[in-house]
Design a protein. Structure first.
Length: 430
């Protein structure tokens, strides 16, 4: 590698423009730490005139990022467009094939095409780095690949989406409903202003779980259909009731090996207010890892926003500048295992069930009889009547039961005229 390293930044959204400013202002510090001078020789975005937080040098601007490869010599390319396919994939593939190192925060791309992109990087003996794709500023991927490399990891779980965690925390703190808190999150820049869906429906956290699984278990990124739920159905009522029960609702991503089969899921969980994970609030992320011989390791930090993301991108940059060529997934792609999928029907949890019902005799016994029929035993019942509207809220906490029982049981309540809406179901973290 020469002493002057040419860099291209493709995608100048919130993360890309912040990163560009960091590269321009930290040149001396980077040279001091690595002995290498960096020079940004190309930037690309759809619109040259868009109002941005930091200025761009229009002399090195390319509307079409693929033109960069024809006109500039590039050593390291940052891809910060953020799509799983289309131009993001094309730019990264082209760079890798041209023996250009790639750094990206794009979890959608890595969770979908990581196996293939890693293969191209290995073939060309260059780096594909994606530390920033999971948990923002927490160095979780490097910890798994390097610091914990000799451990046998059995489970990794945590809060992986800062937007969802902020919304759930803020609903509890402010006593405001989901829609109002989402608006505030958008105003503060924690949620996408136009389409926050991928943060809220669990997809963002799920893409991250797939990457964590591959690194933790030395396996290929799985393509299995899995249980994925977001937080859109969580109401303020659930947050208040959970608090009264000394619990909090958290959106958790979970990946573990069960009988050597891969189980990956993302869904809201009720956790104890006394637990570690129950006290990770706001935009914070936390990852808990269980392995041998290390035991339990916890990493926590900010997971959302351009600052933490840029921190991870620059750590990848310094790793490359120091001359390290690494396997993207810690071991060669050819040695990654293909894991069988754990049957989600066997997933066991206690459940929180909230029923909104007509307030009349016999309704509670209808519900409890149904639950008994599906071998769901009841641990606790809380009934709150709303006499004015002739309605009632029934909360049932169950003993542990299987996912299969729980789905069968809930589908039956759809035809019960005394149950006014589909029951709300939240799993308790077991």
């Amino acid at each position: 590698m020469n002493n002057t390293i040419n860099i291209a930044v493709v995608g100048l959204g919130q993360v890309g423009i912040y990163l560009l400013n960091e590269l321009n202002t930290k040149k001396k510090a980077i040279e001091h730490k690595t002995g290498k001078k960096i020079k940004v020789v190309a930037v690309s975005a759809r619109n040259i005139n868009k109002k941005r937080k930091f200025k761009i040098d229009k002399k090195i601007f390319f509307k079409n990022p693929l033109e960069i490869f024809k006109k500039k010599k590039v050593d390291i390319l940052f891809e910060a467009i953020g799509l799983s396919d289309g131009i993001s994939k094309k730019v990264v593939e082209t760079a890798l094939k041209k023996k250009i190192n790639v750094i990206t925060p794009n979890k959608a791309l890595i969770s979908k095409h990581g196996n293939n992109l890693a293969k191209i990087a290995e073939k060309n003996n260059i780096n594909l780095e994606f530390e920033a794709s999971v948990a923002g500023g927490i160095p979780i991927l490097r910890s798994i690949k390097e610091g914990l490399a000799t451990n046998k990891i059995s489970k990794i779980y945590g809060i992986l989406n800062g937007t969802s965690n902020y919304i759930l925390s803020e609903m509890e703190d402010s006593n405001k409903n989901f829609a109002d808190v989402l608006k505030k999150a958008q105003k503060l820049g924690y949620a996408e202003p136009s389409n926050p869906k991928l943060d809220l429906n669990g997809f963002d956290a799920f893409a991250k779980i797939r990457i964590l699984s591959a690194l933790s278990f030395n396996s290929k990124i799985s393509k299995h259909k899995c249980l994925m739920e977001g937080i859109e159905k969580i109401e303020l009522k659930d947050i208040i009731i959970a608090s009264q029960l000394n619990l909090r609702i958290k959106l958790l991503g979970i990946s573990e090996l069960k009988n050597n089969q891969l189980f990956e899921t993302v869904h809201p969980c009720l956790v104890s207010k006394k637990s570690y994970i129950g006290n990770v609030n706001g935009v914070m992320n936390a990852v808990i890892l269980e392995g041998k011989p290390v035991g339990e390791s916890i990493l926590q930090g900010e997971g959302a926003g351009p600052g933490p993301t840029s921190s991870a991108l620059l750590s990848d940059l310094l790793s490359i500048l120091r001359g390290n060529i690494k396997k993207p997934f810690g071991v060669s792609v050819s040695k990654l295992k293909t894991l069988m999928n754990y049957n989600v029907n066997n997933y066991i949890n206690s459940l929180y069930l909230r029923f909104e019902v007509k307030d009349q005799p016999g309704v509670l016994s209808q519900i409890t009889n149904r639950l008994a029929k599906y071998k769901i035993s009841i641990k606790r019942i809380i009934q709150t009547p709303d006499k004015k509207n002739n309605k009632a809220t029934i909360i049932i906490i169950t003993h542990k039961t299987s996912e299969l029982n729980c789905n069968n049981c809930l589908s039956i309540f759809k035809s019960n005229k005394n149950v006014l809406k589909t029951p709300t179901l939240i799993r308790l973290l077991s």
